[in-house]
Design a protein around this ligand. Structure first.
Ligand code: KG4
Ligand code: ZN
Length: 336
């Protein structure tokens, strides 16, 4: 069957067509219209502007996804859409568009959780993947570890108690003058500095929990920037990037290792926008090698928000017979 996936939870308008037979999934198209250039002017995502940009883009992006796939609306078996969590105004654009499309064409509608969709990107890689496994989702809004027992059933076993890793990367990037979003630019800059040159706390909480806290790390890095500037000294941006990245990466690796040992899983799926971070990818590859664990990491193009991951997650909900109807609403918070 062909399934259309629609994603508008933050600052990318995306639509994709996935061909699914049994457990095998093939991306026929995956169109992503990014609003990053627009939001860069403001140093972060402006929700109202994001909603308007989604409205302007969604029809063309969907038409292009169908065209590129060579699939007509009448060939589709279902429409899947991100319904939660995310920016409420942005989500509502995708949800209402998908509802109209499904209703007008007599197609089943499937509501998708954005976090589950990031994990479902793992099914779109070259490495064969089947539950159960451990999933680590690191994005602009989330940093969580999930015990994935089934294609649709997740149990959160660890999470950040405050800021997400991506949010922290973006904040530090902004204060040292890197273009929004700071994550990708910090990733590159971190190769030029010295790890440990700036002393920073770990985001990993104590040994009795799998939770994280990024606010202390973020505040320590901001205090370092402010006090350096107050002394009239230039901020050593590369050293800060290296030290900050190492702190984030080590903290995440420590909790991932603890979660692997605790659950006994032999597969780790890394997902979310921050999964594009080259230091994190390398560190987790070493960790998995050490423990004889298979690491599944989507290509960078599938780490950020995209419709293909939504279609993949939607397909598994579809197989379970979990359908939405025209009463579907969006929600800013998780509805697992
Ligand atoms: O998953 P995503 O596209 O959107 C959310 O669902 O939040 O994640 C976006 C986040 C941003 O914070 C961005 O800075 C971060 O992913 N990011 C990175 C890298 N590329 C994107 N963070 C660290 N290193 C990167 N290479
Ligand atoms: Zn996302």
């Amino acid at each position: 069957m062909y399934i259309l996936g629609i994603e508008t939870s933050c600052d990318e308008t995306s639509a994709a067509v996935l061909q699914a037979e049994g457990d095998s999934l093939l991306i026929r198209s995956n169109i992503v219209a990014s609003q990053i250039e627009t939001h860069r002017l403001y140093g972060g995502v402006v929700p109202e502007i994001a909603s308007r940009a989604h409205i302007e883009a969604i029809t063309n992006v969907t038409a292009e996804a169908l065209d590129t796939a060579g699939v007509a609306l009448s060939d589709l078996g279902a429409v899947a859409v991100t319904a939660h969590p995310g920016l409420i105004g942005a989500l509502l654009v995708g949800v209402n568009f998908a509802k109209s499309l499904a209703y007008a064409n007599g197609l089943p509608l499937v509501a998708v959780n954005h976090i589950k969709a990031h994990v479902a990107a793992g099914y779109l890689t070259e490495t064969p993947l089947k539950p159960p496994f451990l999933a680590l989702v690191v994005s602009g809004g989330h940093t969580s570890l999930f015990d994935v027992t089934d294609y649709t059933d997740f149990r959160e076993i660890g999470a950040t108690r405050d800021d997400a890793a991506g949010e922290a990367f973006d904040k530090i990037g902004r204060v040292i003058g890197l273009p929004y979003p700071g994550g990708a630019a910090l990733d590159r800059l971190a190769y030029e500095g010295q790890v440990g040159a700036v002393k920073l706390p770990s985001p990993a909480l104590g040994a009795d929990t799998l939770d994280f806290s990024f606010s202390g790390l973020k505040t320590a890095a901001l205090n370092f920037v402010n006090s350096t500037r107050q002394q009239g000294v230039e901020v050593p941006r590369a050293d800060l990037a290296s030290s900050f990245t190492a702190s984030v990466v080590e903290g995440i690796a420590r909790k991932s290792e603890q979660a692997l040992l605790q659950t006994g899983h032999k597969t780790l799926v890394l997902a979310g926008g921050v999964a594009a971070n080259s230091h994190l990818r390398r560190r987790l590859a070493d960790l998995c090698r050490l423990h004889g664990v298979t690491l599944v990491v989507p290509p960078v193009s599938l780490c950020g928000d995209n419709g293909a991951m939504v279609a993949a997650a939607g397909y598994f909900e579809y197989r379970k017979g979990r359908f939405a109807d025209v009463s579907l609403n969006a929600s800013a918070v998780d509805q697992y």
